[in-house]
Write a protein that binds this ligand. Structure first.
Ligand code: HEM
Length: 403
């Protein structure tokens, strides 16, 4: 967080609604639409059939038969977000249908042009991002509040679990975001002292528990799901990027979907004044380009706020310091747990996949369950996974204020 003038008043409270942040759902899109208006039937039909079309290798030919639809009938934020979600999932399926060895160089015009227009309208890149995958991809399954995804890809229950667990973390963060932006700094840290979980990050055991319940099978995650989140930037499987036909004659490069694009952790980092090392900070800042425009502005606003850290330091108040450190500790714990999760779902799963790849019977393509090799050491967002995640965790811990 940038240091600022001590005499300035903190710009709190922030009006969440002016940044399209919901009091109830935080950065999640409240009550997303599940169907587009009738003229967009051809998109919805494909989107609802994606897992089958991909596993039967038919999606590309179905996309080629699709009419090029005008985006002019799309109205309002909800329709635009659903259109972006649908076109993102179709695009990921189209590009990765045949696995990392059968990628394409061109996204056809009938998909690329409307996708580009919807992306421009929302200020999102034309690739699947956290905003599509999680924030706009949920619906109530029944009156008891059980949740489901709207659009899916191969990966069955594991994919559903992966999306919904991430969604629960977004939801769990809402009280922390509200407290962090509604109170003046002094109240904020005192509140933190009273509530260990004020940051809204679920306790480490809760999150571990969710994963240990095996909502997400590591092998399915690694071998089937992950490739569909991969982008065409910093990815050896698509070193030249992707030509969006009718949009640009030159290939464009975009990072894949990653929770590094979630506004939650960026907001907490800014609130607590965590300073990451230059290379990791550069990656994280790039991920902000993949957030909905108003959420990006929200983080920017927090960045410009008077430093909470500075306030605690200059108060000399031991209670404030302890409360502040407790918040930093919760964030560090979350990041340590996340490293353990990534070890299970990527490092260990990759070792098992290598062993399987060595077997002569291994077939190609994600639908055949043959795991991709190009992204073994990289995240879907394109980071060098463990050095990146450990660096971020360590600099978070260094954000503690010593007595
Ligand atoms: C199967 C489970 C998961 C795996 C394998 C995983 C993997 C990764 C990887 C590889 C990165 C590095 C960035 C990149 O290149 O993409 C990352 C970053 C990140 N992930 Fe996850 N992730 C998982 C679940 C979650 C969940 C449930 C959350 C909760 C919101 C989450 C939040 C984050 C955040 C916030 C970052 C940015 C780094 C940070 O701020 O600490 N991840 N993840």
């Amino acid at each position: 967080m940038e240091s600022s003038d001590d005499t300035e008043e903190p710009p709190l409270p922030l009006a969440l609604s002016s940044f399209q942040v919901s009091e109830e759902f935080g950065f999640l899109l409240p009550d997303p639409l599940t169907e587009l208006p009738a003229p967009y039937g051809p998109w919805m039909d494909l989107a609802h059939e994606l897992p089958q079309l991909i596993t039967s290798h038919q999606l590309r030919s179905r996309v080629h038969q699709m009419p090029q639809l005008s985006t002019q009938h799309l109205q309002g934020r909800e329709e635009l977000h659903l259109a972006h979600l649908v076109l993102s999932f179709i695009t990921m399926g189209y590009v990765w249908q045949e696995g990392e060895e059968g990628t394409v160089q061109v996204l056809p015009r009938n998909l690329a042009v409307p996708y580009w227009e919807v992306s421009q309208a929302l200020g999102l890149p034309p690739i699947l991002s956290h905003a599509d995958f999680v924030l706009a991809n949920w619906r109530r399954k029944d009156p008891n509040g059980n949740l489901d995804t709207i659009i899916t890809l191969p990966g069955g229950e594991s994919l559903r679990g992966f999306i919904l667990v991430t969604l629960l973390v977004e939801k769990a963060a809402v009280p922390g975001i509200k407290v962090g932006t509604a109170l003046c700094w002094e109240q904020l840290v005192l509140h933190a002292a009273a509530h260990l979980t004020v940051l809204g990050l679920p306790s480490t055991s809760d999150l571990t528990h969710l994963f240990l319940l095996d909502y997400v099978d590591p092998e399915v995650f690694y071998s089937v799901i992950r490739i569909f989140l991969s982008g065409w930037k910093d990815n050896p499987a698509m070193p030249h990027g992707l030509i969006y036909e009718g949009v640009s004659p030159e290939p464009l490069a975009f990072s894949g979907g990653s929770a590094a694009q979630s506004t939650v952790l960026h907001a907490f980092d800014e609130l607590l004044g965590i300073c990451h090392r230059q290379d990791t900070a550069a990656f994280l800042h790039r991920m902000r380009d993949y957030m909905p425009r108003p959420h990006r502005a929200f983080v920017q606003e927090l960045r410009g706020a008077v430093s909470l850290r500075q306030h605690v330091l200059s108060s000399g108040d031991a209670r404030l310091r302890a409360a502040f450190n407790r918040c930093v500790g919760a964030l560090t714990d979350f990041r340590s747990l996340h490293i353990a999760i990534v070890t299970k779902y990527i490092a260990i799963a990759a070792a098992r996949a290598r062993a399987r790849r060595a077997q002569p019977s291994a077939r190609a393509g994600p639908s055949a369950g043959k795991p991709p090799a190009a992204l073994e050491g990289k995240g879907t967002g394109g980071s060098h996974i463990f050095s990146f995640l450990k660096s971020i965790r360590d600099t978070t811990r260094e954000g503690m204020i010593s007595a």
